[in-house]
Write a protein that binds this ligand. Sequence first.
Ligand SMILES: O=C(O)CCc1cccc(O)c1O
Ligand SMILES: [Fe+2]
Length: 312
Amino acid sequence: MSIMLKCLSHTPLRGRNDPGADVVAEVDAVLTKARAEVEAFDPELILIFAPDHYNGLFYDLMPPFVVATAAESVGDYSTLPGTLSVDAELALELTKHLMDNDLDISLSHRLQVDHGCTQTLEEMTGSLTRYPVIPIIINSVAPPFVPYRRIRKLGEAVGQFLAGLNKRVLILGTGGLSHEPPVPLLAESPAEVQEFLICGRNPTPEARAAREARTIAAGKIYGSELCQQTPLNAAWDEAFIELLLSGELDQVDEFDIQQISAEAGRSTHEVRTWVAAFAALAAVGPYQARKDYYRPINEWIAGYGVVSATPA
Ligand SMILES: O=C(O)CCc1cccc(O)c1O
Ligand SMILES: [Fe+2]
């Protein structure tokens, strides 16, 4: 088995509410290089850890994490629609492996996924079907959350499974870093928003458009004094990236969920996907990681980062 890891932010505001042309060009160059590395690696399997943003998973049944044996893109924010090329048999084997290793994983035989999964898949491969994929969706947006140590253990167990395959595997983590887009909180919402958060699957095109417009409007003022949301936190992001580069992943066991929300924004918890990805790689052996890019980008509502790693 050989293995490559890439973790990167996603943001549906890329191409919709862009920063200056110089920054756009920088990010384009970073993503082009990352994609070329994926192409050269030629993965036989992609294991993607991704969040969901109330598109596939709702409070009527909210799992801490879930393996999908089949996945359909909802095509939000004009992302690619359609069916992902999930390796169903292998996804089921992985699920059993996780259960046998004391992880109470959920299983979906038909999961809707959103930009949180598909944007990165498209950016890294140009498609939703180029390579066989197994999605693992980690709850990062709908509190309460399981502790970070559980995410590290999930990643470890996934890594042990991957180590037993005779395949080239690309591990992806997508989301973060610091950011707080305008996603409603169940406890603070009026009844109709609560209804959406509990069972809002398959919204009307109008409802979807309204949601997208709200995110774009938030991007226009993010980081200014007009904005109510927690601002980006470059220091938090840089420290998190350093932690990953150091290899001392068990430090995430000390992460305080409330404190991260307060200091870096509620959606910062999308970095749980990065924790799982790195824990999976670390389970295979020592690794070498590099920071490809970091910049706080208010227009995108994202502490925007790209990190790569391979076995040392
Ligand atoms: O529509 C949503 O729920 C949030 C959209 C969104 C915006 C900025 C950064 C993100 O990571 C993200 O997911
Ligand atoms: Fe997100």
